[in-house]
Design a protein around this ligand. Structure first.
Ligand SMILES: [Zn+2]
Length: 364
């Protein structure tokens, strides 16, 4: 297994300290292991039950992430299952990617990392670095919710608040990376996507089949790309006849992928975002936009966008079912109401982040 550049194709060893190719292209992972159900470690009740299908690590930094419940929520006659990703150790699905990345970093001897995050990814990295004894410095936009900032601080990560839009935090962290710090990026590093693909493995185990549809929030798209990759591997192993349709949902206030999808474009163009309640997917320039658009189209899915009002209603709708999630996590349910999915189809919505992390100002 090694990295290759998405742009020029150059190869890098898995233990490189670089966060992207010298040409500026981002890394993809090559020489992947096939999905082999006989190698699932049945006694391991975390995503590390799929160790044989994950990048090799000498040390495992884990808090029992993954293996989340799948709960049926019958809606308008359609069969909808909610995957409770917010029950992860730090309250967010990001832990799936972080456990794989930090296990790798610990294994190759990285002692200090930097990262930029609107909140959940930063909190997750701070937690796993605390557990691994790795020093973490997290660059966070000033508008990130106070509970998320507090969570990062309690993990004793160094918190650097960056004024201005989210992109400013990204610029600041790249400057630090250029000074030689390991950039443990939750969207540049493809090991994150390796962790995310275990959602597909779990769904296949829990349902005994692939769902017909997966509806999920999309910003940088690591969860979407992971789920796509996981089901593709299962399909290549001959265990499912076709891939589930993937429906990526954005906020209409920040919908670069939706605009590109509508136009039939292969990549996003320049896009000016407006503020959105769905801060976790407020990404004007998704790095892997080309991959996301291609994956969604390959499954016969769509990119949708929803209004802020609809997101609030969906959050309340989930609360009426007993689930307290952050507003970003309500986006796919808001999107579901735009889709006329056949009643006999099985649809899965991952609930990505806990409402306990939401900002008090978000409550209406
Ligand atoms: Zn390159």
């Amino acid at each position: 297994m090694h990295f290759t550049c998405s742009s020029c194709g150059r190869s890098y060893p898995l233990d490189t300290r670089k966060w992207r190719c010298e040409c500026g292209g981002y890394f993809l992972l090559a020489e992947l292991k096939p999905f082999r159900p006989q190698e699932i470690e049945e006694q391991e009740h975390s995503l590390w039950r799929y160790r044989a299908m994950l990048p090799p690590v000498r040390e495992t930094v884990t808090m029992g992430e993954g293996f989340t419940p799948l709960v049926k929520a019958r809606r308008d006659g359609a069969s909808v299952y909610l995957k409770l990703e917010f029950l992860a150790p730090t309250g967010s699905f990001k832990d799936r990617g972080t456990t794989v990345l930090v296990s790798h970093l610990k294994s190759i001897g990285v002692e200090e990392v930097v990262e930029d995050s609107s909140g959940n990814a930063g909190a997750s990295l701070a937690a796993y670095c605390a557990r691994a004894g790795i020093k973490a410095r997290i660059y966070v936009p000033a508008h990130a919710s106070p509970p998320k900032r507090a969570q990062i601080a309690v993990y004793r990560a160094e918190l650097v608040t960056v004024e201005g839009p989210r992109e400013k935090a990204a610029e600041a962290v790249r400057e630090a990376a250029d000074r030689g710090f390991y950039y443990a990026s939750h969207y540049y590093n493809p090991l994150i996507i390796e962790g995310m693909k275990t959602v597909a493995y779990e769904l296949w185990e829990q349902l005994g089949r692939a769902p017909d549809n997966v509806v999920l929030p999309v910003g940088h798209g690591t969860l979407l790309l992971g789920i796509y990759k996981g089901f593709k591997e299962i399909q290549e192993a001959g265990l499912i006849p076709s891939l589930p349709r993937l429906f990526g949902v954005q906020s209409l206030n920040c919908a670069p992928l939706y605009e590109a999808f509508k136009k039939g474009a292969e990549d996003v163009g320049s896009y000016v975002a407006k503020p959105t309640l769905a801060e976790g997917i407020s990404i004007a320039r998704p790095l892997r936009a080309r991959e996301i658009l291609a994956a969604v189209r390959a499954t016969g899915g769509e990119i949708l966008a929803v209004e802020e009002e609809r997101i609030l209603r969906a959050r309340d709708d989930l609360a009426s079912m007993g689930f307290y999630v952050e507003l970003t996590s309500a986006v796919p349910l808001a999107g579901l109401s735009l889709l006329n999915l056949p009643e006999d189809q099985l649809t899965v919505i991952p609930l990505t982040g806990s409402g306990l992390k939401a900002c008090c100002e978000e409550d209406h």
